[in-house]
Structures are given as structure tokens and as C-alpha cells.
Design a protein around this ligand. Sequence first.
Ligand code: NAD
Length: 437
Amino acid sequence: MSQVKVTIIGTGYVGLVTGTCLADIGHDVTCVDINTERVRELNAGRIPIYEPGLNEVVASNVAAERLRFSSNGPATVPSADIVFLAVGTPQAQDGSADLSAIWSVVDSLSECIGSRTLVVTKSTVPVGTNRAIRARFHELLGDGAPRVASNPEFLREGSALRDFMQPDRVVAGVEDDESTAALRELYEPLLNNGVPFLPMGLESAEMTKYAANCFLATKISFINEMANLCDAVGADIQDVRQGMGTDQRIGFAFLNPGVGYGGSCFPKDVRALASVAEAHEAASVMLRSADAVNTAQKDVLFEKLSRHFDGRLQGRRIGIWGLAFKPGTDDIREASALKLIDRLLEAGASVCAHDPVAMGNVRAIYHDRIELVDGPLDVPVDADALVLVTEWDDYGQPDFARVAQLMRSPAIFDGRNIYQPDVVRSFGITYAGIGRR
Ligand code: NAD
């Protein structure tokens, strides 16, 4: 493998992990971000996001002078072999993907890039975007335009380093052999255990990313719909899940009933692909249904609480364990906990919550409208109900006797079905899960 000079534009969850891991396998990486405060923090050795293990790998690669951070993109781009686009593509007002950051980067790149560089889109972008990026470079630079490739990212927050270093596959949307060879060379150290490297057309690569995310989101919505049906008919979704997941054609992954999926990917990607389908007058029935089930699922805990208190939540004190959209991250984008908090506050309840790493992000939204406490056992104090929203290990084995003692009226609403109902009830605590008898 020869060392590749890489510039990453956008140093968020994906850009920072990508840059750090590429440096760690020996490449020379500069991570660029428009957010100068973020770059300052990174240069001071502080990591602006929570991702297990990231601090150490960033520090060792900075020390080895393979990784650096800059807010001056144009200075690094001319010498780069590969420039990655890893900026955000959030949801626009109409549900489609907002590509304004992508276009702004493409326009500024065209002032400093040459034809020897390969521009690789890592951001999740709708089908057709890479071809449009290519056309834009050609319009602005003619024969001096860079090559363009799509290389969607499949990492999961919370296990991002492992996912990047041990990928299930590397998808490369490419238009020419030179780009295929450049991406294969870049990833070579990760491909030696028979990891599939999958060259395909630009549109197929873009579509692969959306199809994969939408399938997983649909699987979650499916099991959530089954859980709600179990609630209605008196079956237990945990038994049903066992009976389904042991079927090798189905498997257990993403078959966990809960409070709906959140995060920066599934919700927006499902809606963005549905928008693409509708723009092409193609069917989006599955996608719209997965989204609708998920939106409704985020209300399930509130409805259970409301029923438990006969609709009288005014003045109740509700404790919440877990705020991040899933364990292992401080990301609260589209987190189910936020919707629950909003509805509880609207209903006149007070909220006391804890999360191992996401409280700073939550405080920035609610300020003193909710109470955020230092430890898990501060949450049940004087609470009328305790709700488990995010299944961090910190909440996995609580001292139920102590919890029952601390609460005003002991009731646990288990949004992830992590507790044994009989065990919880044996401490005199009312228990409600999702789809459990
Ligand atoms: P993020 O919001 O954490 O980071 C985006 C970064 O881009 C920010 O730091 C922002 O300041 C920077 N940025 C915006 N405009 C810029 C510009 N003009 N120049 C330089 N920097 C700029 O986003 P993320 O979660 O890392 O996601 C990035 C992309 O990767 C999205 O398209 C997302 O859908 C996709 N993706 C995300 C994940 C995930 O788990 N987060 C996984 C796979 C794919």
C-alpha cells in the first residue's frame, strides 16, 4: 500500500471517524471543517463528539503526524489525491435531502482543485447527486475537472471505529478504472480478510446506501407494529421475537421492539428516498409506512403513561433514563426521548432525566425546563413513574429495591424491553413494556 494524501471536508461523526481511521491505516489526512470552534477544539486535543475509543486513536495519529485539522480547505486541497465530502445532508422542509452544504463545498472546491484529484462523496446523497456534482465540476472547470466517485458510509454511531475498520463491504460508485483503483488502494488494509469491495455505477452506490438504511428502518417499524399488536391481542413480543429471530431467514438484528428509531440517518434517509421515489412517480408505500409507524411509535410511551395516570399527568414527576437516540453516542438528533419530554411538558408533568453522555446536548435545548441529574439513582427520587428510553448498560441492572424506595409511586415503563417483568414486579413496582403481557 502506498500512502494516500486525503482531505476530508466536514469533520462531524462521519468525517472525523473516516479521517481518523484512514490515518490509522497509514494515510496522510487533513480534516477540514467550516466550524472554526470545532477545529480549534480538535487542535487542542478535545473531541467534540462522543464515540467510544475515538479520543485515543485521534491522539495517536495526531502525534504520528498523519492526522491534522484545519478550517482552511483550499490550502490542503491542491496536494490531495482524494477529497472526501462528509458534510451533513439534513432533512429539508419538504422531507427531501438538503444538499446546500454539498453544493457550497463543490463550488469552493472548484477554485482550488485539479484534474488529478478524486472527489469522493461519503455523505448520504440522493440518487443522481454524484452525476450532478460531476456535471457541475465540468461546467466550472472543463477538462480540468476532478473525477467523482460515491463511497457511502455504513458505520454506526457507538461502534463507528470498529464498523469502519472491519466493514462488511466497501461500496464504490465509480465511472472509470482509475477511480476504482484509487479507492481499492485506499482501503486495501481493510480488505485483506475477504471483505467485499463492490465497484458499481454512481446511481447504484447511492441507491445501495438508502436501500440498506430503509430496509433496517422498515425492519424496526415492522417489529414495533407487531409489538403493538401483541399489546392488543395479549401476546408477548419477546416470545414472538424469539420465535421469529431464530429463523435464519429473519435473524435477530434490528428486530428489537422499542420506542422508534431516531438519529441522524434512518428518519431522514427514509423520507429522502420516499421523496426521490415520488419525484420519479414510483411507489413509496413501504417507505412512507415505515416512517408513519415510527412517528407513531415515538408516542407509545407517552400514551402508556397517560393511561396509567388516567390522563392526569399535570403535576406528575416523570423520571427518564437515557436521552441519546441509542446507547454509545451523545447524538440526540430525532431521539425518541425528546418527543416524550415535549409531550410530558405539554401535559404539565415535570421531567427529571439522566444520560451518561448526552445531557450537555439536551441541556442546550431545554435549559432549566427539565432537571438533569448526575447519577441514574437521582432520577427515581420522588418520581411518579420511571421511563427507560435508551438502553445504556448503566440502567441494565438497577437496584430495584432502592428504586422502589425512592419513588413516590413505583412504576417502570420499559421502552426497550430490557427488564424481566416478573423480577420488577417482585419489588412491588408496576411494570409496562412494549408489547409484553
Ligand atoms: P455532522 O452534522 O455530524 O457533521 C457534518 C460536518 O460538516 C459538521 O461538522 C459541519 O460543520 C461540517 N460542514 C458543513 N458545511 C461545511 C462546509 N461547507 N465546509 C466544511 N465543513 C462543513 O454529520 P454526520 O453525522 O457526520 O453526517 C455526515 C453525512 O454522512 C450525512 O450525509 C449523513 O447522512 C451521512 N452518514 C451519517 C452516519 C452517522 O451515523 N452519523 C452514518 C452514515 C452516513
